[in-house]
Design a protein around this ligand. Structure first.
Ligand code: NAD
Ligand code: WQD
Length: 358
């Protein structure tokens, strides 16, 4: 493998802005990561087919950073399109791979669509990277790989449980594909297992953009608060948790995005302890659904209408992260609290409603 440090850094160890390809870079997590990469001095090219995002996000990113990232409309299921992108951008030094379908329920309805998109995209990008001798790869994984964990907080040492959904299975299979590819000696990689990313950029210019009825709690809360949805359903209040509702480790999207900068820098600076590493990204604190509702109400002074309904199939009662490995090895720690998450999510929702974004 080519020693990447020689072109990533000069003699003074100052960053010379290597180019990073961000797949899915107009999506929710991708767009926030592009902002943080640009703020850290990286040159960014986005590849996205816009199946779950909008091209205008590129304008929004430019408004925040003052720099327009390059955008290529590429469907990662098509290897030829990826090859052409790499032929045009011969100076790419690393890839952060977000592009995937992500809705758990939808994946149960359309498993083949999920396996096709998430796995073909991954295999194609890795094959093209290998051909172009590009060795640094950051992958979006998920706490879903832990299923219902045997102990809490859950660390990276915990067993990967049989996946509950095809979506979850694509993450497990993807991690295995990456790990096997690393074994060839031609790839270095970091998989980041996100807990529950929520909130929006503090500028209110980018955020989560659920098409249709949101599956996830926080976008549903903000849409209910603004009047787009009638009533928030709390899925189950008979769990073995202090208030009977499920507990999750919610992490602010800006904190999450910053971890990707730390991960790609670790790869470029050859700081890995193993050629394949896995890190949990969470705050280490769990909050129940009712605590999230309360935090939203306190942060916005808006009273939410909600009702308790049946449990949602596949929901685990509680999960939160041991992120000490990421804290120690990536030098990264989540800084923002639940209030910041709620305030920023609300600002974004209000901007969307006011037509300030699109
Ligand atoms: P998102 O849907 O907002 O972003 C994904 C982006 O990928 C979209 O812009 C979409 O258009 C693009 N895309 C999908 N398939 C593509 C293809 N074949 N070719 C090109 N572009 C394609 O989702 P997100 O929330 O930003 O998630 C990003 C990644 O993080 C995904 O891999 C997801 O599974 C993972 N993840 C998300 C969460 C979460 O709660 N949001 C949690 C854990 C892991
Ligand atoms: C959070 C809590 C719900 C909506 C999902 C994926 C996971 C990962 C993150 C990608 C749960 C409750 C929700 C609502 C509710 N994504 N809830 N009413 O399920 O923890 O994780 O997103 O990798 O794989 O499964 O997140 O936001 O959907 O739910 O009561 O209308 O809110 O039951 O307890 P989840 P979520």
């Amino acid at each position: 493998m080519e020693p990447l440090s020689k072109f990533a850094f000069n003699n003074n160890q100052r960053l010379m802005k290597p180019k990073i390809l961000v797949t899915g870079g107009t999506g929710y997590i991708g767009s926030h990561t592009v902002v943080e990469l640009q703020k850290s001095g990286f040159d960014v090219v986005i590849a996205d087919n816009l199946c779950n995002s909008k091209k205008e996000i590129v304008d929004q990113i430019e408004k925040i950073t003052g720099k327009r990232p390059k955008f290529e409309k590429v469907d990662l299921k098509n290897r030829e399109q990826i090859s052409q992108l790499f032929d045009k951008n011969t100076d790419i030094k690393g890839v952060i791979h977000f592009a995937a379908y992500k809705a758990v329920g939808e994946s149960m309805q359309f498993p083949l669509m999920y396996y096709h998109n998430n796995l073909f995209s991954l295999i194609n990008i890795l094959q093209v990277m290998m051909k172009h001798n590009i060795n640094n790869f950051v992958f979006s994984s998920s706490c879903t790989v832990y299923g219902n964990p045997d102990y809490l907080p859950v660390s990276e040492k915990a067993h990967v449980k049989p996946a509950i959904s095809p979506y979850g299975n694509t993450k497990q299979m993807s991690e295995e594909i990456i790990s096997d590819t690393v074994q060839t000696g031609n790839l270095r990689s970091i998989s980041l297992r996100y807990f529950n990313p929520v909130g929006a950029h503090n500028s209110g210019l980018i955020g989560e953009l659920p098409f249709g009825i949101p599956n996830n709690l926080v976008p549903f809360i903000t849409q209910a608060a603004i009047g787009k949805r009638k009533i928030l359903k709390v899925f189950g209040n008979d769990y073995q948790t202090p208030d009977g509702t499920c507990i999750r480790d919610y992490i602010h999207i800006e904190d999450l995005a910053k971890a990707h900068v730390a991960a790609i820098e670790r790869l470029l600076k050859l700081k890995q302890k193993d050629d394949y590493e896995v890190f949990n990204l969470g705050t280490g604190k769990g909050y129940s659904v009712l605590e999230v509702i309360k935090a939203f109400e306190e942060a916005t002074k808006i009273k939410l209408q909600y009702e308790f309904t049946e449990r949602r199939p596949g929901d685990v009662p509680q999960v939160w992260a041991d992120s000490s490995l990421a804290n120690n090895e990536l030098g990264w720690k989540a800084q923002k609290d639940l209030r910041d998450m709620m305030k920023s999510a609300w600002k974004w929702e209000k901007n969307l409603e006011a037509g300030k974004i699109f």
